[in-house]
Design a protein around this ligand. Structure first.
Ligand SMILES: *[C@@H]1O[C@H](CO)[C@@H](O)[C@H](O)[C@H]1NC(C)=O
Length: 247
């Protein structure tokens, strides 16, 4: 486990010209294991992308990286600013513990889809894809069942892909020539499920067909509504017409 936890960020842009200058300070609470033994605070002082000064709680001192930074580091260490910064390590550990207890123990169930896609192979007519989206944490296993028996051949799978937002996704492909009456399903194993979940493939509707049905139905409904409106309008007009009496 490797965690990077940045708990505060102060951004101070100064914009005298069009390009401007950018000073920012970044506090990081870093740890690599759940026991937080190696937790450390890193405070970075960055001007125009150059980190000129850093406080490191493990070394308990400021370190300068430019001439200006070195001067500031010397002064801060002499004045005991390092010891004052060190007191924040307790808060860092407390926050980290909180995150570990309340966030990392949680899991999020995947949303799963089993669809047919165009097969690229000569041997089989059909390619199915089983996709699991937005699950947390990683460690999800997909497998294919034909009438309840696991299929190992003609199966390819992607790696677990990280979405960049705590969530992951994974896709598994099965090439086959379906027989009538058989059941094809995708088995999903994940820590968010108490037991493996089975998702059946519904061969009657592919995703493309479903869209065509939705578009067709919407068109039909719209058409009916318009013709109904037309009929009502026509009726109103014809009943509202005053007949000129013939004398
Ligand atoms: C902080 O200081 C320790 C001890 O000098 C060092 O091992 C560690 O790599 C430093 N961390 C960073 C991010 O500079």
């Amino acid at each position: 486990m490797s965690l990077f936890y940045s708990f505060a960020m102060i951004v101070l842009p100064f914009l005298p010209g069009f390009d401007g200058y950018f000073l920012h300070m970044q506090n990081e609470c870093r740890f690599t294991s759940g026991d937080l033994k190696d937790a450390e605070i890193i405070s970075r002082y960055i001007f125009n992308k150059v980190e000129y000064l850093r406080y490191n709680s493990t070394a308990n001192k400021f370190i300068g990286y430019t001439e200006h930074g070195v001067k500031n580091a010397e002064r801060a260490n002499k004045e005991g600013e390092n010891d004052r910064q060190h007191t924040n390590l307790g808060t860092c550990k407390l926050n980290a513990e909180n995150e570990l207890q309340h966030i990392l123990v949680h899991s999020v169930q995947p949303s799963v889809k089993v669809l047919s896609v165009k097969s690229g192979s000569q041997r089989h007519s059909t390619m199915l894809v089983c996709s699991a989206y937005k699950f947390y944490p990683e460690g999800l296993k997909l497998s294919w069942l034909r009438d309840g028996k696991e299929v190992k051949t003609d199966v390819t799978s992607t790696e677990e892909l990280y979405n960049g937002n705590w969530y992951h996704q994974i896709h598994s492909y099965l090439e086959l020539t379906p027989k009538s009456g058989e059941t094809i399903a995708c088995k999903v194993e994940h820590s968010s499920f108490s037991e493996p979940k089975i998702f059946k493939w519904d061969p009657s509707i592919s995703d493309g067909d479903r869209n065509k049905v939705i578009i067709g139905t919407s068109g039909l409904v719209l058409g009916l509504m318009l013709s109904l409106a037309g009929v009502i309008y026509y009726k109103k007009k014809s009943t509202g017409r005053i007949l000129v009496p013939t004398s």
